[in-house]
Design a binder for this molecule. Structure first.
Ligand SMILES: O=C(O)[C@H](O)CO
Length: 382
């Protein structure tokens, strides 16, 4: 029996590989001779680099970069395929977790560090860069990242504009002559965690600005600055990015990568599954097991369990899911091919307890599932 185990991480509890190990441990107690293939996956959000590195025996690279407020931090990205592909989560250098709550101010926070990660990858001679957008502390349209890569954004005095969301409103001239020429030769794919446009009521500032520290007045100012940024891009490059789905991801970095790089925006789960070769692994499998910290009605919107289910079903494999918890409305996933879903938490417990006992809970639940499957093999058809 061939069993493919392809879960996402359980956030704040276990990496995707640790989840896969726990599932394997439970199943092995019942089916010790089955062949188990573990393929950690992710949907482009947090944990994507780790999952792809684990799934492909890649390596993590550490870099000193500027955090959103300019202090120096160590950030990591992944190198896959013997150094040909870099996987970068923008949040590693420009994420919300790098800014203490009382200092969050998207007028000032800047995505320069993400550009430094890209530069490091280019210095290593990669041929492809996958950038995961989301979880940012910034609302600068990716301007800081572009400044690190050589783009000059100048004000009416011909001076560099201020860093952060504030500077976007000052742009009078955009000079791409010093943009790192190596970018034109690498393949760039971008995984967005949302498909919001750049501006307006569903734009980056209105929807995600408040979590980055913006009050109502700041949201209005940031929204106007991003609109000005889009106009300046149109003037300098002739590209209209304002209304493209995903342009508003990571504080408008979606717009920046679309305008200045020859980049494709794709669903994160598709990029990850392709890179880790999930379809090939699933070939000939008897069962696929996926999972995520929570399975609910949102799971059908491009989250990992649905991506895995889609690929497995295409190969005729049944899929079951294990979740930390499920919502009341999770049943909709069955209509999308996920045969059964099992919550792993065994009794009422605090979130802290559930997160701390994740591996044991998943392993016990997996053993129970395997026992039930074994019983099913023994029952006589009526
Ligand atoms: O970073 C952000 O702004 C959100 O995660 C949406 O991409």
């Amino acid at each position: 029996m061939k069993i493919v185990i392809a879960p996402d991480s359980f956030k704040e509890s276990l990496t995707a590989l640790e989840v896969a190990n726990a599932i394997e441990q439970g199943f092995k107690q019942v089916f010790p001779n089955a062949s188990y293939i573990k393929v950690p996956v992710a949907d482009g959000g947090e944990g994507t680099v780790q999952a792809m590195v684990d799934a492909t025996q890649g390596e993590l690279v550490s870099c000193q970069v500027h955090a959103p407020l300019g202090n120096i931090v160590t950030a990591q990205y992944g190198l896959l395929g013997g150094g040909e592909v870099a996987v970068i989560e923008m949040a590693a250098a420009s994420g919300l977790h790098l800014v203490p709550i009382e200092q969050r101010n998207p007028m000032q926070t800047c995505s320069f560090g993400t550009g430094e990660l890209i530069l490091d990858a280019l210095d290593r001679g990669v041929q492809k860069i996958i950038i995961g957008l989301g979880g940012s502390a910034t609302n600068d349209g990716g301007m800081g990242m572009l400044q690190a890569l050589g783009v000059d954004f100048l004000n009416d005095a011909g001076e560099p504009v201020a860093r952060g969301g504030q500077g976007l409103g000052e742009i009078q001239q955009t000079d791409v002559s010093a943009l790192d020429a190596r970018l034109a030769k690498v393949d760039i794919e971008v995984a967005c965690d949302v498909d919001n446009p750049l501006c307006g009521p569903l734009g980056a500032s209105a929807v995600f600005g408040p979590q980055k520290g913006a009050d109502a007045a700041m949201v209005t100012a940031l929204d106007a600055n991003l609109a000005h940024y889009a106009d300046s891009i149109k003037q300098a490059l002739g590209k209209d990015v304002a209304d493209i789905k995903g342009a508003g991801a990571a504080g408008g970095m979606g717009a920046g990568v679309l305008a200045f790089f020859n980049a494709k925006l794709r669903p994160g789960i598709d990029i990850v599954m392709e890179t880790v070769g999930l379809a090939e692994q699933v070939e000939g499998a008897d069962l696929v097991i996926t999972g995520e910290g929570r399975i609910d009605s949102q799971t059908i919107q491009g989250k990992t369990p649905m991506g895995v289910t889609r690929v497995a079903n295409l190969h005729g494999c049944p899929v079951i899911g294990i979740a930390g918890c499920v919502s009341e409305d999770y049943g909709v996933v069955h209509q999308h091919g996920l045969v059964a879903v099992f919550p792993a938490v065994p009794r009422a417990m605090s979130l802290a307890q559930a997160l701390a006992s994740g591996a044991l809970n998943i392993s016990n639940t997996s053993r129970n599932i395997a026992m039930t499957l074994k019983l099913g093999q023994q029952l006589k058809p009526s």
